[in-house]
Ligand binder design. Structure first.
Ligand code: 9MR
Length: 397
């Protein structure tokens, strides 16, 4: 009798631990979800939690905490810069794989997946390429074959090692661009026309049959007016629907998630609705570059808590909205932050007039902020029936 009761209790304990996907509680060490990492808590939902990695910080002997947090808190990593074209092929025909290889090796050691970023983008292109086009020594036919070779070379090198590739990044204009009607923007569309998007996905698939192929963009967290002339999410939705209709091998849409507390932003239901609609096309989704910056007012810079606290809270609320929406959609595979500490964030260097910052989930001294705690709470206090484990998509041929 005693033995049976003991066995039943044991079964319940094992089942509970299985559900929580966590170390079973013992008398010495009761299970405490708040002591778990983001990556461990994400695993309960099959959700990968990621960060962009600054390779200089990762290699810096004076930054052991940076390496530890990358290793301990995240289950997927993205190269912040070192897989971009200007880094990989600084001079024509000479690829330098060292930093990108190092990222892939680090991820392997840490048991992490890799988001490849990025195969085609109008920014951070090598000078030899943009100069060659500008001076006419590279014509559009040659440009197209250079792009094809680049995609093939990079995707082949990392074949089997990349979970999700950002194949095309930021192809669509914003309402503040000229003309304000949304359109395919930038270097590639100007020289090759919008057909380069479909070409890029086909070339990437030919080179890597196993990676999930993503379109990645910002300001597509929620739908707006529904008019593709001014609603960027709608424009992207129509674009990817069109690609699928033509049999282009696209697997997912990455929503970057660069937000600011000075803007209106969204609520969870709006964001979840957008993810559900993309999922309805049969696509995976992911948040790929989340950060939530704030104005560094004079008060913030002087340490005035009345100015700092509302910003930290608003930032946390926005991380929460995106993460909760992602949890609610089983085809939302990963949630990646664009840097995790204010010590290494692209924001202050880019937005300096007026200055902005405080965009990440740890402060400059690697102390977790309210946004980190709220992400953790989101991962802990979620489960069936509304939060289910992630789907495992098959790469589209
Ligand atoms: O974080 C990156 C920063 O270090 C670079 O200087 C910048 C150059 O444009 O790119 C940043 O990353 C961008 C990403 O590759 C694409 N989406 C927007 C990101 C922030 O600008």
């Amino acid at each position: 009798m005693m033995l049976r009761r003991w066995m039943a209790a044991g079964l319940v304990a094992v089942a509970t631990a299985g559900v929580l996907n966590a170390v079973p509680a013992t008398a010495q060490r009761p299970y405490d979800p708040t002591a778990q990492s983001l990556r461990a808590l994400g695993q309960r939902h099959g959700l990968y939690v990621g960060t962009a990695v600054d390779m200089a910080a990762l290699a810096d002997p004076a930054e052991p905490r940076y390496r530890e947090i990358v290793r301990d808190e995240f289950s997927t990593v993205t190269a912040e810069n070192v897989m971009k074209w200007e880094s990989l092929e600084p001079t024509r025909g000479n690829y330098d794989w060292s930093a990108a290889d190092e990222l892939v090796a680090t991820a392997r050691r840490n048991g992490q997946k890799v988001r490849g970023h990025v195969l085609v983008w109008h920014s951070q292109l090598p000078k030899w390429l943009t100069d060659g086009v500008a001076d006419g020594s590279i014509d559009n036919a040659e440009l197209r074959s250079i792009l094809r070779r680049h995609i093939t070379t990079v995707a082949s090198r990392y074949r089997g090692k990349i979970w999700q590739w950002d194949v095309v990044n930021e192809a669509v204009s914003d309402p503040w661009d000229t003309p304000s009607t949304l359109h395919y923007k930038g270097f590639w569309a100007e020289h090759l026309g919008p057909g380069y998007v479909a070409d890029a996905f086909r070339w990437a698939r030919a080179a890597d049959p196993t990676a999930l192929l993503f379109y990645n963009d910002y300001n597509i967290e929620a739908f707006g007016s529904g008019d593709p002339a001014n609603d960027k999410t709608q424009f992207v939705f129509d674009m990817v629907k069109g690609l699928l209709g033509r049999g282009v091998p696209i697997d997912g849409v990455g929503s970057q998630g660069h937000l600011g507390t000075q803007y209106g932003n969204y609520d969870t239901l709006q964001v979840a609705d957008a993810l559900h609609r993309f999922a309805g096309l049969g696509l995976s989704t992911a948040f790929t570059e989340v950060d939530v910056r704030s104005r560094l007012t004079d008060g913030v810079q002087a340490g005035d808590s009345e100015e700092i606290n509302p910003r930290l809270q608003a930032s946390a609320a926005n991380f929460h909205v995106l993460l909760q929406a992602c949890l609610a959609e089983p085809r939302c595979l990963s949630f990646t932050v664009w840097g995790f500490t204010d010590r290494h964030s692209w924001v202050p260097g880019t937005f300096d007039d007026p200055p902005q910052g405080l965009a990440t989930i740890y402060d400059e001294n690697y102390q977790p902020k309210r946004s980190y705690q709220l992400m953790k709470a989101d991962l802990i206090y979620a489960g069936p029936p509304y939060v289910r484990t992630r789907a495992t998509p098959k790469p589209r041929r």
